[in-house]
Design a protein around this ligand. Structure first.
Ligand SMILES: NC(=O)c1ccc[n+]([C@@H]2O[C@H](COP(=O)([O-])OP(=O)(O)OC[C@H]3O[C@@H](n4cnc5c(N)ncnc54)[C@H](OP(=O)(O)O)[C@@H]3O)[C@@H](O)[C@H]2O)c1
Length: 287
C-alpha cells in the first residue's frame, strides 16, 4: 500500500519540489497552499490532493488534520515546510513583524504538529520533518528574528524526538543553507532602517553566494522521511549548510563562532576562506 505524506507550503521552492519527488516515488501526497489561485499548481501530478491552509491560523490545524487523513485514509509523514523570511535589523523591525514571523514559522508549525501527534501516537508510527535553517544553528545578523524562529524549530524537533520515541514516531529537522527559491522575493522587510546599518548589511549579504537548487534540500527531506533512523534529528543540506556542523566539530563551537563572527564583520581569516571555498566546491573540509 502506498504511504501518504502531508507537505505544507507547496506552491514553490522546497515544497513544490518535494511534492514532485514524493509523488514520483509512489507516495500519496496531501499538499497545502494558502491561496486559491494555487489550488491547481499540482495538476498533472498523480496522487496529489491540494488543500488550502494558512499555517499561521492555529485554529484551522485540527480540521485540516482530519481532512488530510481522510484524503487517502491515513497519514505516514508530515513535512512542516511552510515559512517565510523576516529581514532587517531588529531595531527597524516592528513587534508585529516579530510576532507574525513566530506565528507562521513556529506557533503555526507547533499547532499543526500537535494536530497530527495523536494519530501518529495511536498508530505507533509516523515521521515529522520540520524545516529549520542553517541560520537557526548559528544565528545570522539582520535576520536575527528569522534565525531565532528557526532555532526554536530545531529545539522543538529535538525535544519532540525524545518525547515521541516510545510511540515509534520520528521527529527530525532539516537545516538548509542558502537556496535559490522564491522566498527571497517575498521577504517581509523591516522599514526605516537607520543608515548606520547599511555598511554592515552590504558587507554581510554582499558576501553570500547564489544558493543551491531546491532539489538539494528535497534530497535531505527525502532521507529524513525514509531512512528509518529515529535517533537522528539533524539533516544539513547544501554545501554552505553541510560545512557548518563539520567545521563546528573540528573547531569546537566557540572557535567556530569567532571565525563566523569575524567573517560577518568583514575580516575572514585564511582558515574561514578555506572553509567557504571547501563549501563552495562541495568537498570535505580538511584542516
Ligand atoms: N530558500 C532558502 O534559502 C531556505 C534556507 C533555509 C530554510 N528555508 C526554509 O524552507 C522553507 C521553504 O522555503 P522556500 O525557500 O522553499 O521558500 P518559498 O518558495 O517561498 O516556499 C515557502 C512556502 O511556504 C508558504 N507559506 C508562507 N507562509 C505561509 C503561511 N502562513 N501559511 C501557509 N503557507 C505559507 C509559501 O506560500 P506563499 O507563496 O503563498 O507565500 C510557500 O508555499 C521555509 O520554512 C524556509 O524558511 C529556506
Amino acid at each position: 500500500m502506498s504511504k501518504t505524506i502531508v507537505i505544507t507550503g507547496t506552491n514553490s521552492g522546497f515544497g513544490l519540489a518535494a511534492v514532485k519527488r514524493f509523488a514520483s516515488e509512489g507516495w500519496n501526497v496531501v499538499a497545502t497552499v494558502r491561496k486559491e489561485e494555487y489550488l491547481t499548481v499540482h495538476d498533472g501530478i498523480t496522487n496529489v490532493k491540494t488543500l488550502l491552509l494558512d499555517v499561521s491560523d492555529e485554529g484551522a490545524a485540527e480540521a485540516f488534520a482530519r481532512d488530510a487523513i481522510a484524503a487517502f485514509g491515513r497519514v505516514d509523514a508530515l513535512v512542516n515546510n511552510a515559512g517565510y523570511y523576516q529581514m532587517g535589523p531588529l531595531e527597524a523591525s516592528s513587534m508585529e513583524q516579530v510576532h507574525q514571523q513566530f506565528q507562521t514559522n513556529v506557533f503555526g508549525l507547533m499547532a499543526l504538529t500537535k494536530a497530527f501527534v495523536p494519530t501518529f501516537r495511536e498508530q505507533r508510527s509516523g515521521v515529522i520533518v520540520n524545516l529549520s535553517s542553517i541560520s537557526g544553528d548559528q544565528g545570522y545578523p539582520y535576520t536575527s528574528v528569522y534565525a531565532a524562529s528557526k532555532a526554536a524549530v530545531a529545539a522543538f524537533s529535538e525535544g519532540l524526538n525524545v518525547e515521541l520515541a516510545d510511540f515509534g514516531v520520528s521527529v527530525k529537522a532539516v537545516f538548509p543553507g542558502a537556496h535559490a527559491t522564491r522566498i527571497f522575493t517575498k521577504i517581509d522587510i523591516a522599514g526605516n532602517v537607520p543608515d548606520d546599518y547599511q555598511p554592515g548589511i552590504q558587507r554581510f549579504f554582499g558576501a553570500q553566494g547564489t544558493g543551491s537548487a531546491p532539489e538539494v534540500t528535497v534530497d535531505a527531506i527525502w532521507a529524513a522521511v525514509v531512512d528509518g533512523d529515529q535517533a537522528r534529528v539533524r539533516y544539513y543540506s547544501g554545501p554552505d549548510g553541510e560545512i557548518v556542523p563539520r567545521a563546528q566539530q573540528m573547531l569546537g563551537r566557540d572557535w567556530y563562532w569567532r571565525e563566523f563572527r569575524n567573517a560577518a564583520l568583514g575580516n575572514p581569516s585564511p582558515l574561514w576562506k578555506s572553509m567557504v571555498r571547501a563549501g563552495d566546491e562541495q568537498v570535505e573540509f580538511k584542516l
